[in-house]
Design a protein around this ligand. Structure first.
Ligand code: HPA
Length: 250
């Protein structure tokens, strides 16, 4: 099987409605168990495999996600392109709550996560080229779909991947801003690098669910985040359907 889409759902997206489900596979990988079964199906005739990053129901925090097993399981299912959906905090002034961003760069601040497939029993040491961490063609497809749905979007953005699970301090966000970051989330890495290691095209559709720490006067509450996630994920589903509809059939 080739030409299969992978969708990794983040916070608020643990199932993909509109997906005509054809099967569900509880996959075992050399790296352990993925967060949830891989749900196989079709949207508009396109083959799609969906995986809930935090499990279904949502129970795995960002630093405990088995990113290697997730990416491996999708690749095993024949996925050659992944759209990763991420809820993020907005740093750039254009990234207010409810805005979308399709980042073109990232900075990794995570630590202690299993972040490579290249560890033991190697025949050669491999260094992937990660100059451009996201697939440009997938990014353009996402931007096109967002615009078709009337969303104003920056052409890119720098995603800062933090360790979590706590949110950042205001000083940490100021530092990320000085580093050039536009949005901040906890799950963008090592996911993007692992996809590259397996040669799977990968792009991120980020929904801003709160102003990053210090960017607004209100305290960031889970209730406020959940309300934005709920409304925003309906739009994410529409955008995903648009991307699949606009793409040539597999
Ligand atoms: N920081 C880090 N990760 C996040 C945030 C945030 O403000 N909002 C949603 N995920």
């Amino acid at each position: 099987m080739s030409g299969t889409w992978g969708v990794i759902g983040g916070t608020g997206l643990s199932a993909l409605d509109g997906l005509e489900i054809e099967g569900e596979d509880q996959v075992q990988t050399p790296w352990g168990e993925p967060s949830a079964p891989v749900v196989r199906g079709r949207i508009g005739g396109q083959l799609v495999c969906f995986l809930a990053r935090h499990g279904h129901p949502h129970r795995i925090p960002p630093h405990r996600v088995n990113y290697r097993a997730n990416i491996w399981a999708l690749r095993e299912a024949g996925v050659d392109r992944i759209i990763a959906v991420n809820a993020v905090g907005g740093i750039h002034p254009a990234l207010g709550t409810g805005a979308f961003c399709v980042p073109d760069q990232l900075i990794d601040y995570t630590w202690g996560r299993a972040s490579t497939f290249f560890e033991d029993d190697l025949e050669a040491v491999t260094h992937i080229d990660f100059t451009s961490p996201y697939d440009e063609s997938l990014r353009q497809q996402l931007l096109g779909a967002l615009r078709a749905h009337g969303h104003q979007c920056l052409p890119g953005g720098v995603y800062a991947a933090t360790q979590g699970p706590r949110l950042e301090t205001a000083a940490e966000i100021r530092r990320l801003e000085r580093d050039g970051a536009d949005l901040v989330g906890m799950t963008g890495m090592p996911e993007a690098a692992l996809a590259r290691e397996l040669d799977v095209a990968y792009a991120c559709l980020a929904l801003v669910v709160n102003p990053a720490a210090g960017k607004a006067t209100e305290v960031i509450t889970m209730e406020a985040i959940e309300a934005v996630v709920h409304a925003g994920m309906q739009q994410v589903k529409a955008v995903l359907q648009q991307v699949l509809k606009a793409s040539p059939r597999a």
